[in-house]
Write a protein that binds this ligand. Sequence first.
Ligand SMILES: CNCc1nccn1C
Length: 327
Amino acid sequence: RDTVVANPAYSYYDKEYLCAVKIGTPPQTLPLDFDTGSADLWVFSSETPSSYVSTGKAIYTPSKSSTAKLVTGSTWALTYGDGSSSSGDVYTDNVTIGSLKVAAQAVEAAQKVSSQFAADTALSGLLGLAFGTANQAKPRVKTFFDNIRPALPLPIFTVNLKKGAPGSFNFGYIDSTQYTGAITYTPVTPRYSLWEFGVSGFSIGQGAKNSTIIDAVADTGTSLLLLPISIVKAYYAQIAGSSYSTNYGAYVYPCSITPPDFNFYIGSAKQTVPGRYMNYGYISNTQCYGGIQSQGTLMFSLFGDIALKAQFVVFDASVPRIGWANK
Ligand SMILES: CNCc1nccn1C
């Protein structure tokens, strides 16, 4: 069991959360975006064209690791929901998170990255925590969690992200000091190999509960809370002066206003995302980018960091199930 600090990158608005991961011998430390919405551990590397590697970015150089082994013939290619992408070849090497070490973990080295990743000066790659069946390497490889799971006291990890401050990913145990009240569990349906669960309803601010089922995915690698357009419109209808900006393709609101809380229900348990968490950044002196946006044509809602940072979440592979607690 162990814990690892999750540092918010672009901390004003918590675009992503990065954790230090040690790869190779001697260890090369890279800040990776722990992503429950994907299942590949991929890194900027000595094989990534330097024009795509921002100054000072930590990369993985397999030739400097005495335990690195190329997996001959294996390749990988990823395209994420926002259109970003990366691809490359595969090594195995020692990977350590905190005190948890996997020898011969598959490390997917990037030979190509899209502009979004090249422009991200904070991260050196991703560590996927979705189910292994979502891995995109050919032949498929196991996630870090798949590999470490047998060594853990419990087949779980917990996520305690925070607004503008370091939080933590814990592996194998529940730290009861990280939440208040009860943890309410609900089953996960891994039909897309994702942490997909049902929300039994929602309410806005002090409003009444609307018992409409929301089909949701818990995704630490997505910054926002993406919901059905009908719910998004009902939410911004509560904020005077808010509007849909065609310029940004997003709902914006007057920064002078604190938006209403967004509450979602797990069974009958009310989980709250405080309105003060909804500011995803200033787009002018007066207008702010809303943390709640439309899921568009996605077949499920995405409970990204805007929602996750308000909660303590247990990702339990034993059933599988997911547990939520306020904090
Ligand atoms: C798939 N979950 C995270 C994500 N969405 C867009 C990009 N990334 C890394």
